[in-house]
Design a protein around this ligand. Structure first.
Ligand code: NI
Length: 169
């Protein structure tokens, strides 16, 4: 089922997620629906806050649904190490058509649980590293506009207000 994607400035987007404690059918269904929603929006990652649920659950797929091996579910994830620096353009399904450069670590290691509650560790470089950081930020209630320079953030917020006034946001 495709869920409704919540757009900035909905408060839930800035709400830190509650840890997931029950690894049940409901969680599995939510993850499935989040994949479907993410593919429909042509995104590479989606956090539970973006479908209005403040829980520490995110899905990632850099293949856009073409390669099942690239489907990643992160439950209660945390970044355990960071290395290097990247400054690349990012977008976010909660900020349609907003693309801006953000500083991220070039390589991160993540520790997370899968849908069965089993802990695993995984390394991400380049795009995957950025994706891990962007989605884990969401779970902390942190949005990519707050990783931009104040000047860029101002411009983006002004653009959003303009779109809102025009009824296009
Ligand atoms: Ni996002």
């Amino acid at each position: 089922m495709i869920l409704k994607i919540v757009k900035y400035p909905e408060p839930v987007l800035q709400q830190p997620g509650e840890p997931v404690t029950e690894f049940n059918a409901e969680l599995r269904k939510l993850a499935d629906d989040m994949f479907e929603t993410m593919y429909a929006g042509e995104g590479a990652g989606l956090a539970a806050q973006q479908v209005g649920i403040a829980k520490r659950l995110a899905v990632i797929d850099l293949s856009g649904g073409k390669d099942p091996k690239q489907k990643l579910v992160l439950v209660n994830p945390e970044i355990i190490s960071r290395e290097g620096k990247l400054y690349e353009t990012e977008g976010c399904l909660s900020f349609p058509d907003i693309m801006e450069k953000v500083v991220r670590a070039a390589k991160v290691s993540v520790r997370a649980q899968d849908l069965d509650g089993k802990w695993f560790e995984m390394e991400g470089v380049d795009l995957l590293s950025r994706c891990f950081q962007h989605e884990i930020d969401h779970l902390d209630g942190m949005l990519f506009i707050f990783r931009m320079s104040a000047l860029k953030r101002d411009l983006v917020q002004r653009k959003i207000r303009k779109l809102q006034r025009a009824g296009e946001w």
